[in-house]
Each structure stands twice: as structure tokens, then as C-alpha cells.
Design a protein around this ligand. Structure first.
Ligand SMILES: Nc1ncnc2c1ncn2[C@@H]1O[C@H](COP(=O)(O)OP(=O)(O)OP(=O)(O)O)[C@@H](O)[C@H]1O
Ligand SMILES: [Mg+2]
Length: 406
């Protein structure tokens, strides 16, 4: 039996590594080395899922066989199945176990006798797995090794979330909007209030990005800067690769009219115009608008075209405001707590409409919410804390609006 003190020491060393290494890959590699030493394995590897290609990628490894850069299909081999179904596997003796397939050995170059493989799980979501192969002393892995490895994997999961490791290899994608070291200060009395303290954020085509964070942390300020409704103090904003940090008034107007659609918590509909007229009113000033009827149809409210806002429920009014935003055919929709004023059912209807906009229209949506349940719909979730991005998480299996409950 391993002593508890020894285990705590190892946990402490791993945590230190994960917190202090500049490069996450270095941290993971050092952490994995400690795990491998502790469990006494010959080889160890850490794999993360790449949802885009449905493959599991070897990120770092320890031991003599270099496998970093290798990827295997979901479901392939033990690692491939652990990463998909999220349950640990121990194969004490590979020669006698049908779960082990020697084709993986061929691919990775391992000669596997005994192995354990545990999922790296964060809030129920499996991000990847850690696999340890062959005992240094020639023995077989046991359940105690497995339990230890599971504990270590939980620490790795926290570190991945904390350090905002993104599982989609985003180097392959070009962001449509990039914020680099964006700051925002307001004068307050004699001093300055620093609201954004250096935000770095890339927004990709056709993603559903949810922004979480405590009240006052700067979410709306960031969204307003992205939407050209507020100016930054320092840093850069790039739109489709071009610098947009200090645009001219004309560029800013064009950008707000054609590129961006806004949805707010309050619907901001004109009370004396019908649903259809509210949409036409905004669509008229944009370049290539949809017909108001088409926009209303997309939010399921065609039959309400001639109703005034006062004749509609809150959820319906919000859907009209979404129709108004999409009628401009914007690249990006910015939504600031669009369901905060709605009850569960109408909120869910509104989210369903937003989901369709992303999936059917291909629009990118950035949505602020206080509701962590809603964040489960996102492709990525970013958390802000006191004016900085504290984490970025990729949801490998976003839920549909219909699957949410709160
Ligand atoms: N125009 C302004 N002038 C001065 N201070 C401002 C201004 N706009 C926002 N602030 C301050 O900036 C901070 C961040 O505000 P922001 O509205 O971005 O927060 P938030 O994260 O959206 O909060 P909430 O969840 O409550 O909407 C707050 O302290 C707010 O008072
Ligand atoms: Mg706000």
C-alpha cells in the first residue's frame, strides 16, 4: 500500500507543475512524468480529443517511445474507447484480454503487456485520457494504481480548464474577430476604473460562444467593444484579419449595420410598430436584408406579423427582436442575457431559435448569460473574472436547447 502522505506529496508536486510551467504542454509532460513515476509505469501518454476530426491526439508522452503527434480514431483501442465513454479501464495482462487490440501497438510502437487508462473528465465531460503502459518492475497494474491515476487525471482536468486549454487545434482556423490585450478604463472621480484588464479572445466562424462571469466583471463592456458600441482604451481588435481598433465613424456605422446583430435582455421593440414593421425599420438601413416575413418565419412568428409588441408575450417579443437581428444577415450576433427576463419555457423557446441561427444560418453567436445550464449549449465557454479571461473551455458535446433544464 502506498502511504497517504506520499500520495499527497505527489499531488502537490503535480499541482505545482501545472500551475507554474509557462507552457501547458510542458506542465502536462512534467505532470505525467510524476504520475508515471508514482505508479511505476514504463511509458505514459496523455491524449486529448479533437472533436473536429473525431480523433484522439497524443499531446505528451513519457518513456522511450515518442508518440506525441500520433492520433487515433474515436473508439480505436483502449484509449479511443475510454475517451469516448469516459470509464476507466485496467488490462492487467494484455495477452489474455480481448479488449486489447495489437493494432494499437503497431501504430504507437508500444509493446504492451499491462495497461491502465483513465479518462480526463471535467464536470462530466471527457476531454481525453491518460494511459500508462507496463510496470517498470515487470509486474501487472492493480486497482490501487488505477485509483491513483484517476485522482491525478482529475487534477489534470482542472488544470486544463483553468489554463484555458482549447481542444480544437485552432491554429487551423482563422478567427473572424480577435481581441488582443484589450483594456477598458472609465474615469471615476479623480481615479480610473479598470474594467477590462487585457482580454485575449478569438471568435471563430459559426461557433456558439457563451460568456459567463460574475456581475460587474466586464461582460457587457467586452460585448459592446466587439459590437462597435464602445471604444477600447488599449489593445487591438481585428476583424477578418484587418485592424479595427480605432475605426472611422463611417466604418463603425457600416460594421454595426451589416456585420453585427444585437439581442438584449430588454427587447427594445418600437411599441407603435407591428412585429413586421419593427423588422423592416432596421432592415431598411442594411445592405442585403431578408424579407421581414422570412425573418419572422425563421423564429416561428409569421402568424404574428401584424401584432404590436403589447399583444405578444415576453418570449414572443424576444423572438421578434431576434428576427430583427437576423434580418440584416449579420456575420455575428451578440446577445446580452437574452433570456434573463424569461421563464424557463419561453427562455428555452428563445434559445431554440438562437440554436437554429447557428446551425441553419451559419451565424456566429456570442451570448452572455448568468445561467451555467445554458452554457452547456455552447461550443466554447469563456469565463471572465475581474476584467480578464479566467478560462476557456470547449464543449465536445454541446446540448440542444431542448435538452436543457433549469
Ligand atoms: N459607461 C460606464 N462608465 C463607468 N463605469 C462603467 C460604465 N459601463 C460599465 N461600467 C462599470 O464597469 C464594470 C463592468 O460593467 P459591465 O456592465 O461590463 O459588467 P457585466 O459583467 O456585464 O455585469 P452584469 O452581469 O451585472 O451585467 C462595472 O463596475 C460597471 O459599473
Ligand atoms: Mg452585463
Amino acid at each position: 500500500m502506498r502511504s497517504n502522505g506520499k500520495k499527497l506529496q505527489a499531488i502537490w508536486r503535480i499541482t505545482e507543475q501545472l500551475r507554474t510551467s509557462d507552457q501547458l504542454e510542458d506542465a502536462l509532460s512534467n505532470g505525467l512524468e510524476i504520475i508515471s513515476d508514482e505508479v511505476g509505469s514504463e511509458e505514459g501518454s496523455l491524449w486529448l480529443k479533437n472533436e473536429d476530426e473525431k480523433r484522439l491526439c497524443a499531446i505528451v508522452n513519457v518513456g522511450s517511445t515518442s508518440i506525441a503527434g500520433i492520433s487515433i480514431a474515436y473508439g480505436q483501442g483502449i484509449a479511443g474507447s475510454v475517451a469516448v465513454d469516459g470509464t476507466s479501464v485496467i488490462v492487467e495482462d494484455c495477452t489474455k484480454d480481448e479488449r486489447f487490440s495489437s493494432s494499437v501497438d503497431e501504430e504507437t510502437g508500444f509493446k504492451t503487456k499491462s495497461l491502465i487508462c483513465v479518462p480526463i473528465k471535467n464536470e462530466g465531460e471527457t476531454l481525453g485520457c491518460i494511459q500508462l503502459v507496463n510496470k517498470r518492475d515487470g509486474g501487472l497494474f492493480c486497482d490501487e494504481d488505477l485509483a491513483l491515476c484517476e485522482d491525478f487525471a482529475s487534477i489534470i482536468a482542472i488544470a486544463l480548464e483553468e489554463r484555458g486549454y482549447s481542444l480544437i487545434p485552432q491554429t487551423k482556423k482563422t478567427p473572424i474577430i480577435s481581441l488582443k490585450n484589450v483594456t477598458k478604463e472609465y474615469k471615476s472621480g479623480d481615479g480610473v476604473l479598470k474594467v477590462l484588464k487585457g482580454i485575449d479572445l478569438d471568435i471563430y466562424e459559426n461557433e456558439f460562444l457563451v460568456v459567463l462571469g460574475e456581475s460587474g466583471c466586464g461582460k457587457s463592456t467586452m460585448l459592446n467593444i466587439i459590437g462597435g458600441m464602445d471604444t477600447l482604451t488599449d489593445g487591438t481588435v481585428t476583424i477578418d484579419g484587418a485592424d479595427f481598433s480605432h475605426p472611422s465613424d463611417q466604418d463603425l456605422t457600416d460594421y454595426r449595420r451589416n456585420y453585427i446583430g444585437f439581442i438584449f435582455q430588454s427587447y427594445n421593440l418600437m411599441p407603435n410598430l407591428t412585429a413586421k414593421e419593427n423588422i423592416e425599420f432596421i432592415a431598411e438601413i442594411s445592405k442585403d436584408p431578408m424579407k421581414a416575413e422570412d425573418a419572422l418565419d425563421k423564429v416561428g412568428l409569421l402568424s404574428r406579423a401584424d401584432n404590436f409588441p403589447s399583444q405578444m408575450s415576453g418570449g414572443q417579443q424576444q423572438r421578434v427582436s431576434i428576427a430583427r437581428a437576423i434580418a440584416k444577415r449579420p456575420r455575428l450576433i451578440l446577445a446580452d442575457e437574452p433570456t434573463a427576463a424569461l421563464d424557463f419555457q419561453t427562455g428555452q423557446e428563445v434559445l431554440k431559435v438562437i440554436e437554429d441561427i447557428v446551425k441553419k444560418e451559419g451565424t456566429t453567436v456570442v451570448m452572455i448569460t448568468h445561467n451555467v445550464e445554458i452554457a452547456k449549449m455552447a461550443n466554447r465557454v469563456i469565463k471572465l473574472k475581474s476584467g480578464k479571461v479566467s478560462s476557456i473551455r470547449t464543449n465536445s458535446h454541446p446540448l440542444t436547447a431542448a435538452e436543457l433544464s433549469w
